[in-house]
Design a protein around this ligand. Structure first.
Ligand code: SAH
Ligand code: AVI
Length: 332
């Protein structure tokens, strides 16, 4: 359920701006149709996150098989004193902020008087999730100013240009981009960073295939439901009539590309209505729609990516199994 009506806090403490780009509707539709007409059909993974998808993702983070969330949170608890020393005042900007539970672990460690001088800027495409979590942050940390941006995390032009900003990008969401897109994204971020700014980046590491595949094939079927939900989102946006129940969830680790791939596999031949293209969209039994890549990293790949983007690694924290890393980066 969304926010301001049932969570009491000073109206001025939370401000949410809707900044998804103009002409976004056309771009959105184009990106979906373009993907569905490619030889390997695909849907951009940003469309997982409508209200239902955001809730399903939160459910995934609580599953025993989904180790990234609890591993990153434990790491944050261990290293937060190092980071909050840096947080005297200024802006904390979080990309793909989701339920804001990770930033809350950092804020908990900041002494209350100092917290009042911090402005927190969560950036997320999921408006309902952003509103709800922004209000929860203010309720939990009275006095903090929260200025949420419902925006794409690449809309850097929207960000305030104060000094000593801490950028956070948790959850290994960067791993949902291709290797080239990730370097391009970090390079663009590096261009808006100044001396004194820092980036705290959470990345999932390569590990045994069975651990990885279990995390994306949970026994309760929540990830499968999250995957199928993308078809409901596409139906809403593009007017298609995909029946999610006619697709199987597929998730497997590609050891060469170091990534989990998620697909939806047609359980039979089918024709799908697609108002914006001529004729129907045809799928044959067994054909897949590629919905997500989730790249896993080695320390060497992280070092290379940082260098290619013009960033310098200040500290790298990892757990005892080396399953997840938190990397603190600055401009070179
Ligand atoms: N950082 C949180 C949530 C990770 S899930 C955590 O670690 O638990 C990924 C989040 O990124 C979701 O909240 C989703 O809505 C958001 N997201 C995905 N693609 C995005 C994009 N292109 N721009 C902004 N937010 C995006
Ligand atoms: C948000 N992102 C980093 C998650 C991941 O692990 O790639 C999304 C997810 N997909 C399936 N389970 C979780």
């Amino acid at each position: 359920m969304s926010s301001s009506s049932h969570i009491s806090c000073p109206a001025s403490a939370v401000e949410i701006r809707h900044c998804l780009r103009e002409k976004n509707e056309n771009r959105t539709l184009w990106s979906i149709l373009h993907g569905l007409s490619a030889p390997q059909k695909k849907i951009p993974s940003v469309y997982f996150y409508d209200d239902t998808g955001s809730k399903l993702f939160e459910h995934i983070t609580r599953l025993p098989e989904y180790y990234p969330n609890r591993t990153e949170k434990n790491l944050l608890k261990q290293m937060r004193q190092d980071i909050v020393g840096f947080l005297q005042q200024g802006d904390v900007i979080e990309f793909g902020s989701g339920d804001c539970s990770k930033i809350s672990l950092l804020l908990e460690a900041v002494p209350a008087p100092r917290r009042q001088r911090i402005r927190y800027i969560p950036v997320d495409v999921s408006g309902a999730a952003l509103r709800e979590s922004a209000h929860a942050v203010v309720k939990r940390f009275p006095g903090i100013a929260v200025q949420g941006l419902v925006a794409d995390f690449g809309q850097f032009e929207l960000l305030p240009s104060r000094q000593d900003r801490l950028f956070c990008f948790f959850g290994s969401t960067l791993g949902n981009l291709s290797r080239d897109e990730a370097v391009e994204y970090l390079s663009s971020l590096c261009r808006v960073m100044r001396q004194g700014d820092a980036l705290l980046l959470g990345l999932d590491m390569t590990k045994q295939k069975d651990v990885l595949e279990r995390a994306y094939n949970d026994s309760q079927g929540v990830t499968a439901e999250f995957n199928r939900n993308i078809l409901r989102v596409v139906n809403c946006i593009a007017g298609t009539d995909f029946d999610p129940d006619r697709f199987a969830h597929l998730a497997f680790y590609d050891e060469t590309l170091c990534r989990i791939e998620m697909h939806l596999q047609a359980l039979g031949d089918m024709e799908v209505r697609c108002p914006h293209v001529k004729g129907k969209l045809k799928l044959t039994e067994g054909e897949t729609i590629h919905t997500e890549n989730s790249h896993k990293f080695t320390p060497k790949q992280i070092a290379r990516m940082a260098a290619d983007a013009g960033l310098m690694i200040r500290r790298m924290y990892t757990d005892e199994n080396r399953w997840f890393s938190l990397v603190q980066l600055t401009k070179r």
